[in-house]
Design a protein around this ligand. Sequence first.
Ligand code: ATR
Length: 295
Amino acid sequence: MPDKQSSKVPVLTSETAVMAVIGDPIRHSKSPLMHNAALAASECDGVYTAFHVLPEQLGEAIAGMRALGIRGMNVTIPHKENVIAHLDQIDNHARMIGAVNTIVNDNGTLIGYNTDGPGYVRSLIEETGIDLEEARVLLIGAGGAARGLAYALLHGGVKQLVIANRTADRAERIVDELHSIGNIEATALIDGIPQVKPDQVDVIINTTSLGMHPNVEEMSVQASYLMPHMIVSDIIYNPLETKLLAAAKAVGARTHSGLGMFVYQGAIAFELWTGKKAPTEVMRDAVLRAMQEVR
Ligand code: ATR
């Protein structure tokens, strides 16, 4: 008689779609948990794992993906840029950003996508209900994450985008690249004060690492700049409530945490691999539960 335990063992066959995340380091990735919960909830014949791939092994890892017929991969630090050289096609968004976080193996053709920016925008819209076409957005930071978000926000039809960065030149460079897509300008961030009037800002998005564990006491924007009419968003999700978000709550502003970006970048990848709508609530719960267990 089969016992309860053995009836829970998933049946994996040569038909099972295999997905994985590759990165270095990779041990703490929440992607396997999130995606396996989504695959189970959607009754997909699929499994998602994680591989620790060193930079010098990236080419071999992608060759392995081809040889084994692995259906999909997520790509994380430090491989997002270097993986491009090993793929067959790059979608326009990922090409523009110069970074891939999702690979789809379409019958042997490896296609690279970037779901980070679109995932962030979908999360912001679905979780706050804002109308992007009416929103004046202030993006803090001008690194790779800011660039991806700026591109996705402009594509989403944002009314106005201002990029504020400590090194104003870097913000100017993003503006030079993207000004043909929409209404974008650069400004300086001086001692945590963006050089744009706060009453002209509806949404602030922190894309810097200030406030991320273990530097939880840092914030990119001074609390005195925050106003009650604003939505304040942080792409950091560890901790779930950064010091910036706590300060925003304290002045009566609405907040939006980085967990949504993580969930929705995964949701878009899931939809590319499976063709099914991602169960985003199941995914969010799985990540939240895992984060609470760590504490
Ligand atoms: P990523 O690619 O992850 O976005 P990055 O390219 O290293 O990372 O960019 C980090 C961003 O955080 C930059 O905008 C950086 O500002 P500078 O361009 O002036 O360096 C910003 N940043 C990092 N530390 C900061 C600090 N102490 N104060 C203000 N901004 C900071």
